[in-house]
Design a protein around this ligand. Structure first.
Ligand SMILES: Nc1ncnc2c1ncn2[C@@H]1O[C@H](COP(=O)(O)OP(=O)(O)OP(=O)(O)O)[C@@H](O)[C@H]1O
Ligand SMILES: [Mg+2]
Length: 237
């Protein structure tokens, strides 16, 4: 079952938010999701403690280089999607998670274009290809896009990245208070009160379109590709 990690070497790019929105949307649609919380800030683990048991969601905390592979193997067995939230770093755990993923999502803030952190992850993926002949599919996800940003400006950013051979997810994640509030209220966008959260309907639409696009790229039954090769490479080293 697909393993999707969220990586950007720079902090605050929107990894944790995108990972939780995707996970809760998939769970809402009936898919079983295991979230591996490898972000030292533990936002998703705290969200899970606050939320109590959530249907279709299991959160794994306290992840290390030694335990990651086992968590992924177990997650693949017990769930439809494994989502990994990573630190804003480029360390051994991030490298290992990327090597074991079917797809790496690289959130980039639509307005700020925090290109350095994203470029470091793209470099890492490129190094794995050159050194290990390991092809890891990846995409940039535009996040925190404000409604002021025109479709034309977004298309320009997408065009720029795609000209460099980087795939860009068509649905950007918009700046919405619901995507912040979910960490404070717990639960999902579907358990939030529309009277209290502004534009909750738009946040739900955004979440649904985003997840639907990811599901088209990574349907539940994915053919295993790079990650077993990655494990062979590092165990041989
Ligand atoms: N789409 C969004 N709408 C509103 N706020 C957002 C959105 N995405 C992220 N944020 C806010 O931006 C901040 C950073 O987001 P987040 O924690 O998801 O980034 P991160 O890449 O996981 O950071 P770190 O590298 O520190 O783990 C948080 O305060 C979060 O609430
Ligand atoms: Mg984070």
């Amino acid at each position: 079952m697909p393993v999707i990690s969220f990586a950007n070497a720079k902090g605050g790019a929107g990894k944790t938010t995108a990972a939780l929105i995707l996970s809760t949307e998939l769970a809402h649609q009936g898919y079983r999701v295991v979230i591996i919380d490898a972000d030292p800030q533990r936002w998703i683990s705290q969200w899970a403690e606050l939320s109590g048991p959530q249907p279709n969601i299991e959160v794994i905390s306290e992840v290390s280089v030694g335990s990651l592979q086992g968590h992924i193997r177990e997650g693949r067995r017990s769930s439809d999607y494994v989502i990994i939230d990573l630190a804003g770093a480029r360390d051994a755990l991030v490298t290992m998670a990327i090597g074991l993923s079917d797809h790496v999502m690289i959130p980039v803030q639509g307005c700020a274009m925090d290109a350095k952190g994203a470029a470091q992850i793209l470099d890492l993926i490129e190094q794995m290809r050159i050194a290990g002949n390991l092809v890891i599919p990846h995409s940039v996800v535009l996040t925190r896009v404000v409604s002021m940003v025109t479709t034309r400006a977004l298309l320009a950013i997408k065009g720029l990245l795609m000209a460099r051979g980087v795939n860009v997810i068509t649905t950007p994640i918009v700046e919405r208070s619901a995507f912040r509030d979910i960490f404070e209220t717990g639960g999902t966008l579907y358990s939030m009160d529309p009277q209290r959260v502004s534009n909750l309907d738009k946040a739900r639409d955004n979440s649904r379109f985003f997840a639907e696009e990811i599901m088209r790229i990574l349907p539940v039954k994915v053919v295993r590709s790079a990650s077993s090769k990655f494990m062979r490479l590092i165990t041989a080293a």
